[in-house]
Write a protein that binds this ligand. Structure first.
Ligand code: HEC
Ligand code: HEC
Length: 186
C-alpha cells in the first residue's frame, strides 16, 4: 500500500510538473507577440517577422541570444524567459504559424546578385537546409531588418556562416539595399 501510494504520488508529481512546463513555454511564447506582431506582421520594421520562420534557424538564434553569441539586450532576456530545455519546442510552435504578409510591401526588381543566394536560401527564398546549416526565410521579411543584418555580416559582426560573411563583404551597401528591397517584396 505504502509503496503503491508512493508510485501514485510520483506519477502525479511527474505529470503536474510536465503540465507546468508546457504552460511556461506557452506563456513565454505568448509574450513574444507584443513586439513580433500578434497574428500579423510586427508594426515596427526593426522587429523581424518570426512566425513561420525555419524552426532550426529559430532554435539556433534563441540559443545564440541566450548564450550571448548574438547580442541584443532585449532578446537575451526574452530568450532566457523560455525554459532552457524547451528552445526546440518554442521554435517549433513559432515555425508552425503562418508567415504574415506585410501590408503594402512594394515589389522591386531582382538584382543579379540574388541568384547567388538561392543555393542556400531556396529558389523561392523561404529558407531551408543548405551547405552552412539551415538558412532563414528572407521572402517577405522587412527590408530595413534584412539590410541591417546584411550590413552586420559585411562588417564581420556575425560569425555563424562564413560564406554569408564573404558574400556580404563582396557587395557594396547599395547592392545590399537593392537585395533587401527585392526580398521584402516577395
Ligand atoms: C520587446 C520587444 C521584443 C520581444 C518581446 C521579443 N523580441 Fe525577439 N526580437 C526583438 C528585436 C528588436 C529583434 C532584432 C534583434 C537584432 O536586430 O539582432 C528580435 C529578434 C528575434 C529573433 C531573430 C530573428 C531572425 O530572423 O534572425 C528571434 C528568433 C526572436 N526575436 C524570437 C523571439 C521570441 C521567441 C520571443 C518571445 C519569447 C521574442 N523574440 C520576444 C524584439 C523583441
Ligand atoms: C552558403 C549558404 C548561403 C548563401 C549562398 C547565402 N546565405 Fe544568407 N544565410 C545563410 C545562413 C546559414 C544564414 C543563417 C546564419 C545563422 O544561423 O546565424 C544566413 C542568414 C542570412 C540573413 C539574416 C536573416 C535574418 O533573419 O536575420 C540574411 C539577410 C541573408 N542571409 C541574406 C543573404 C543574401 C541576400 C544572399 C545572397 C546575396 C545570401 N544570404 C546568401 C546561408 C547563406
Amino acid at each position: 500500500m505504502v509503496r503503491a501510494g508512493f508510485y501514485l504520488l510520483a506519477i502525479m508529481g511527474f505529470s503536474v510538473s510536465g503540465a507546468l512546463g508546457a504552460d511556461a513555454v506557452e506563456r513565454a511564447v505568448a509574450s513574444c507577440w507584443a513586439c513580433h506582431g500578434a497574428g500579423a506582421a510586427p508594426k515596427d520594421p526593426t522587429m523581424p517577422i518570426i512566425q513561420g520562420q525555419q524552426a532550426a534557424y529559430l532554435e539556433k538564434q534563441l540559443d545564440a541570444f541566450r548564450s550571448g553569441k548574438r547580442e541584443d539586450q532585449i532578446m537575451s532576456s526574452m530568450a532566457e524567459s523560455i525554459p532552457a530545455r524547451e528552445n526546440a519546442r518554442a521554435a517549433a510552435m513559432i515555425a508552425a504559424l503562418a508567415w504574415p504578409k506585410v501590408a503594402g510591401a512594394a515589389t522591386a526588381p531582382a538584382p543579379d546578385s540574388a541568384i547567388a543566394c538561392q543555393s542556400c536560401h531556396g529558389a523561392d527564398f523561404t529558407g531551408g537546409p543548405g551547405p552552412e546549416g539551415v538558412a532563414p526565410r528572407l521572402a517577405g521579411q522587412f527590408a530595413q531588418y534584412l539590410e541591417a543584418r546584411m550590413g552586420a555580416f559585411s562588417r564581420g559582426e556575425i560569425a555563424s556562416a562564413a560564406t554569408m560573411t564573404a558574400m556580404m563583404k563582396a557587395l557594396d551597401a547599395d547592392e545590399r539595399a537593392k537585395l533587401a528591397k527585392y526580398l521584402s517584396g516577395l
